[in-house]
Structure formats: C-alpha cells, structure tokens
Ligand binder design. Structure first.
Ligand SMILES: NC(=O)c1ccc[n+]([C@@H]2O[C@H](COP(=O)([O-])OP(=O)(O)OC[C@H]3O[C@@H](n4cnc5c(N)ncnc54)[C@H](OP(=O)(O)O)[C@@H]3O)[C@@H](O)[C@H]2O)c1
Length: 359
C-alpha cells in the first residue's frame, strides 16, 4: 500500500504554495491511485494560483490543491476498474472547475493522486514528460475543433475546408494546426503505410503566429502564416478565406474581434475561443467559449471521453502523431512550482515547464 504523500498546498488567494506532508488517499470504486512523475504547468494553473482565476466557482474554499493533469505509475486500483493495473504507466486528468477538494484526492500538484479511471490513459513506453506535454493542450484543441465546432475525426470525413487558427504559437494552437491537418478520410496508419505526404491530406490551415515561428508552423502543416501583430493581418486573412472552422488559441479580445469581423464578412457563423471576456460581437456571429479541457469530466460528453482516453490519445502517443511543443524540465520538485508558475504567468516561458513531483 502506498505511503508518504507530499503536496504543494495553496493556502489561499495571494499566498504562496506550501510543500507539506498530506494524507495518502486510497482509490474508491472506479478510481486509481497514481504516483505522479510529471506535471506540465498550464496557464490555467498559473492563473488560479496568481490571479484568483476560478475564484467564486472552482476555488471557493482553502486550502486547495491545484494541477489538472499528470503522468505516472498506477499504485492502487479501485473496485470495478477494468483495463488498468498496478504498474501501468499512465497519463491522467482531474477536475479543475470543482469546489476545493477538502480531502485533496484530486489536484496533481502532489506525489500521489487519485484519478478517475475513465480519465486515465495507458501510455506504454512514452516518456511521462511527452505524455503531459500532449494530453491537456491537445485535448483542448481537439475538444474545441471536433466536439464544439463539429470538425470530423482523423480517418473519416471531409478535409476540403479552410481552417483558421489564430495564435498558433502556443501549445493549444500548435496542436490545433496539427489536428486540422490530420483530419481526412485516410487513417494515420494508412498514410504511413502508403508514405503519403501529410500535406496531401487534411484541411487547408491558415494561421497567425509570430514571424520567428513561421518555419515551424509550416512544418506542422500551415499553408499560410500571417503575423498577428501586422496592421493588415485581418485584411490578408480575409483574402485567404472564407473559413469553415475558426479558432483563437490565444483567446485575447483582439483575436476574437478579428475572427468576428472575418465571419461577419463571410455571412456570419461561429468561432471557438480558449478565453471568454466581454467582447462585442456582430449579430450574425457567435462565440463558442467553453472549458474545452474539462468537457471529458462531464457525463454529457462520455462518448468523447471514451474516444479520447481509450482510443485517440493512446494512438497519438504510440504512433508519435504530433510534434510536441518545446519544454524545459524544472528541477526542485513540488518546491519549484511557485516560481515556475510565476514565470508562466508573466509570459517569460516559451513552451511548457515540467516538474517531477517525486524529486
Ligand atoms: N478554454 C479552455 O479549455 C482552455 C484550455 C487550455 C488553455 N486555455 C487557455 O488558452 C491559452 C493558451 O494556452 P496554451 O497552453 O497554448 O499557452 P502557451 O503554450 O503558453 O502559449 C503561449 C503562446 O501563445 C502566443 N500568444 C500569446 N499571446 C498571444 C496573442 N495575443 N495573440 C497571438 N498569440 C499569442 C505566444 O506565442 P508567440 O510568442 O510565438 O507569438 C505565446 O508564446 C491560455 O490563455 C490558456 O489559459 C484554455
């Protein structure tokens, strides 16, 4: 039986994390206990810690435990769990937008985490760092494009449309580009078998990004790259349209306004955004803003959850279907989370920062 748990506990708004010994929880029915070997600090975590994000909803009582995703080894298996066994290497997600978890069962900023078996996927030989680099942001991108905007899944459906990804430089944006490029009627294993150039299949993807990132965007599958800071960005995007799927992976108001103006000119429609906020939209334009990363935690999306954790994510990891974003491994274990989150929050980091809670 697992012993010796340590957590980076968030005492409350404006306070710093305290690394302290906490109880070891044991899995109930449908749960597993995972020894957590990698967390990637997401902007969501940093905003919750440093800007009161989620206050009044997700975090209304303290102390709390942050961190939504992790990767590690299963140490205990609860009743009724099938398909997962002690010793399995897994990646997993826990709920972010829930009331503070007084027993600190969930929350991945600790060594031993309880995870719902339904949101836990086996990763085989994939490195823990690779698994956390991919799961959360890719799930956000695919959630937005597939679940909420209706784009098909790879191996089925049309790929003849134009897609616009605004702010493709970040993790969510980089994976959104690659997902849109992977959607065609041809399955990934067939693409590999026939040595088809992936640029011959998939949607046509137009992105906005920083010029220093253009080379990489091309490699990921973008056919046109526009500097999002250019004064004529929207005009140039209009010339390259119309677009069937529009997604802002930066979510800032300027990006939302840009996508709304493009949609208005092409007769209206909807775009997805990773962030909300007060933005005035034309009457023929709708914004789809959701916690895309959390949809799999809800019963309403149980089919999507099963596809993600049992089929698609393991396949992506096994076959190496995406080029991962850059990462830096931050030494110091749980004690490094405060400063690393500050660096993420202040926009000082390119790529993701990864911490091993066991250090
Ligand atoms: N709704 C959801 O479910 C959900 C889920 C995950 C993330 N999010 C949100 O999505 C956002 C992106 O997350 P991420 O994990 O992709 O972050 P990330 O990997 O840290 O991406 C940051 C990068 O985005 C680019 N960027 C920043 N501001 C921009 C702007 N105003 N316009 C265009 N590009 C900009 C920059 O790239 P360059 O410097 O190369 O331009 C920056 O390096 C965050 O705000 C996060 O909170 C929402």
């Amino acid at each position: 039986m697992a012993t010796g748990n340590l957590a980076a506990v968030f005492p409350g708004p404006g306070k710093t994390l305290e690394v302290t010994t906490v109880e070891v929880n044991h899995p109930g029915a449908g749960e597993v206990l995972v020894r957590n070997h990698a967390v990637a600090i997401q902007p969501l975590d940093a905003k919750m810690l440093l800007a009161g994000y989620g206050g009044g909803g997700a975090l209304e009582s303290f102390p709390a435990l942050l961190g939504t995703g992790g990767a590690g080894v299963v140490e205990e298996v609860g009743e009724g769990v099938t398909g997962l066994a002690v010793g399995d290497r897994v990646v997993f997600d826990t709920r972010a937008y829930v009331k503070a978890d007084v027993n600190r069962r969930e929350g991945t900023w600790q060594k031993l985490v309880i995870s719902d078996a339904r949101t836990t996927a086996k990763i085989g030989d994939t490195a823990f760092e690779q698994a956390v680099l991919i799961d959360f942001p890719l799930q956000t991108a695919v959630g937005a494009l597939h679940v909420f905007l209706g784009m098909a899944v790879p191996g089925s459906g049309s790929s003849e449309d134009k897609v616009l990804i605004w702010g493709a430089g970040g993790a969510v944006g980089s994976y959104a580009v690659q997902y849109a490029k992977s959607v065609s009627s041809v399955d990934s294993s067939m693409i590999r078998k026939l040595s088809i150039n992936t640029f011959q299949v998939g949607h046509t993807v137009v992105v906005t990004a920083s010029p220093r990132d253009f080379e990489r965007q091309k490699r990921l599958g973008a056919s046109e790259m526009i500097d999002y800071k250019a004064a004529d960005a929207v005009d140039r995007l209009r010339q390259l349209g119309p677009y069937k799927y529009l997604f802002t992976a930066s979510g800032d108001p300027a990006s939302q306004k840009a996508l709304a103006s493009l949609l208005e000119a092409q007769g209206g429609g909807e775009f997805a955004s990773v962030l909300g906020g007060e933005v005035e939209l034309p009457s023929n334009v709708q914004r789809v803003y959701r916690a895309f990363s959390q949809a799999a935690q809800q019963e309403e999306y149980s089919d999507w959850r099963a596809w993600w954790y049992r089929e698609y994510l393991p396949k992506v990891l096994r076959e190496g279907l995406v080029e991962t974003v850059k990462y830096t491994k931050v030494p110091g274990g749980l004690g490094a989370l405060q400063q690393a989150s500050t660096n993420v929050f202040e926009g000082k980091v390119r790529g993701k920062l990864i911490v091993d809670p066991q250090e």
